[in-house]
Every structure is written in C-alpha cells, then in structure tokens.
Design a protein around this ligand. Structure first.
Ligand code: NAD
Length: 280
C-alpha cells in the first residue's frame, strides 16, 4: 500500500482562496497587527514573509517593531495599547522575545477575542469547553487535515504523540471534542509503538526526527506529521524532516508530508483566525 498524501499546500491554497472571497464580500478592511521584539533574525524574516502571505489574501499587515532589548514593560505596554485600540482586531506576538521578557505572561495579556494564535490560556480553556473561540493554529491545521481524509472521528482511536500546551494538548482536545477516543503520549509514555498500532489516527508532534516507524502503524491508518526537524545529512546539507519515518507511507492509508503538510496549513489557519477575529 502507498499512503495517499494529505497535501497541505493544496488545502491551504483552497482556504486562502476562500478567505480572499470572504474579505471581498465583507467589503471591510481586514488587518493583522504583529509585535516583533526579537533578537533572532529568523523572526524578522518570518514577519517579512508573513506580510507577503497576508497581502496575497487581502489582509493588511501592521508590524510593531520594538527594540531587540525591549523590556517586559515595553512589550506588555504595546499589547495593552493594541487591546484597547478599536482599529486593531487581530494581534500576534512574534517569538522569540528578548530573554528578559516572560513570553507566557505577554501571551496571557492579549485580549482573547484578538488573540489569533490562540495562545492566551483563556482561549486554550475555551477549546476544552468547546466554546466559539480562537484555537491554536497548528492544532486547527492538524484537525482540518484529518477531516479532509473523510475518516469518521466519532469512536475512532487516536494517539497524539507529544503533549505541549500549544500543539499536542489542543490537538488531543479537538479530537476528544469530535468524540474520538484519544491517547495523549509524551516522552515518558510506555509502550508507545503498541498504542500507535491500535490507532486509526496517529498525530506525531514530538519534535523527534523519524520517531514514528512503519511497524507502529495499523495498515490504512491516517497519519499526520506535525514535526519540523532540521537535520544534517551525510553530505553536510541541512534538510527539514518530520517526526514520521518516510517508510510509514508503505503502511498508512493517508500521510501528510513534511515539508508541504501541516506547515502551510498552519499559516492558512492563522489567516482564517485573523479573518474570523476581524469580521466577527
Ligand atoms: P515541545 O518540545 O514543546 O513538546 C514536545 C512534546 O513531545 C512533549 O510533550 C514531549 O514529552 C513529547 N516527546 C518528546 N520526545 C518524545 C518521544 N520520544 N516519545 C513521545 N513523546 C515525546 O514541542 P512543540 O512545540 O509541541 O512542537 C513539536 C513539534 O512540532 C516540533 O518539531 C515543532 O517544530 C513542530 N511544530 C510544527 C508546527 C507546524 O506548523 N507544522 C507548529 C508548531 C510546532
């Protein structure tokens, strides 16, 4: 068997086309306000690319650049100003922040209805309650990709490998909300291969290259690979690989590729959260 790919590029292109239409139909400007106070060059590049992606769907992008030596008060003050500014409807804060700034404290200040990355604990709590809210983008991406396969979630057995607050746990909760039977695994989980072998759905979000092996997978299962790992090959070149061994494609029914899977879909889900927040 060769698994069907869950093509994140194609799915995200469809989501973006939909968003473009929604913005045109709404006839109102939609805007994302992002705070950048990072000593990391990668974050600046990411913000630059994000501006381009926003432009593609018709979202205005306002970047609030603070010094890479900004204090907690500087960053928090900017977020609080944005919370009360009625022209700001969608807020995100680029990571990493300067070392002296407590990122979680900053995230918990973002007004929940403007928190398009879903990082305020209030929004993570809302996911548990099933309330209409802004859900963390990677979790939304993983769920959309699973739903795309057409698998019946109610009663399905799912294993989510990785249990971080912003990725693994919200994915597990979204699957629970869909009435799947969910195992949340972490690095201390015993007997992980056997747990996965019993599952109709395996989501790998551990950050360990090639962790999930073909012999862990039930034939025909849906496998979503959230992992993004940069590894150096024998030729010295660095490549991006997922948490799933590529040989899993020989056993699974569906498999999301890395790159080109959850990554582009996460970007699309952020844009959808922006449009939802702005047009709410
Ligand atoms: P994290 O380090 O915060 O959490 C990792 C989790 O995996 C922890 O719960 C840990 O206990 C578990 N884990 C580690 N090794 C394990 C093992 N051998 N067996 C079982 N569980 C194990 O990481 P994170 O922020 O949740 O990210 C996870 C991965 O997803 C990373 O590769 C990250 O780059 C990627 N990621 C991708 C996207 C995307 O858009 N595709 C977005 C966010 C994160």
């Amino acid at each position: 068997m060769s698994a069907r790919p869950i093509d994140g590029k194609d799915l995200s292109a469809r989501v973006k086309a939909d968003l473009r239409d929604r913005i045109l139909r709404a006839g109102r400007p939609v805007r994302l306000d992002a705070v950048l106070a990072s000593p990391d060059k990668g974050a600046a590049l990411y913000a630059h690319n994000q501006a381009k992606t926003c432009a593609e769907v018709g979202i205005e992008y306002h970047l609030h650049e603070l010094s890479a030596e900004a204090s907690y008060e500087d960053v928090a003050g900017r977020v609080l100003l944005m919370n009360t500014d009625e022209s700001v409807r969608a807020i995100m804060v680029h990571m990493p922040l300067p070392p002296a700034v407590d990122a979680e404290r900053v995230q918990s200040l973002i007004a929940p209805e403007k928190d398009v990355e879903g990082v305020n604990p209030a929004n993570i709590g809302n996911v548990v309650y099933g309330r209409r809210s802004l859900v963390p983008c990677t979790a939304l991406a993983a769920l959309e990709m699973i739903e795309h396969t057409g698998i019946e979630l109610r009663g399905a057995r799912a294993v989510v490998v990785g249990a971080s607050n912003i990725v693994g746990k919200p994915i597990a909760v979204l699957l629970m909300r869909a009435e799947a039977t969910v195992v949340s695994a972490n690095k201390f989980t015993q007997g992980l291969p056997a747990l996965c072998r019993d599952a109709d759905i395996v989501v790998a979000a551990a950050g360990v290259a090639g962790l999930v092996k073909p012999e862990w997978i039930k034939p025909g299962a849906v496998v979503v690979d959230v992992g993004i790992n940069r590894i150096k090959g024998a030729d010295g070149r660095t490549t991006t690989v997922g948490d799933v061994d590529p040989a899993v494609a020989g056993v699974a029914g569906w498999l999301s590729p890395v790159p080109g899977g959850v990554g582009p879909m996460t970007v699309a889900m952020l844009l959808r959260n922006v449009v939802d927040a702005a047009l709410r």
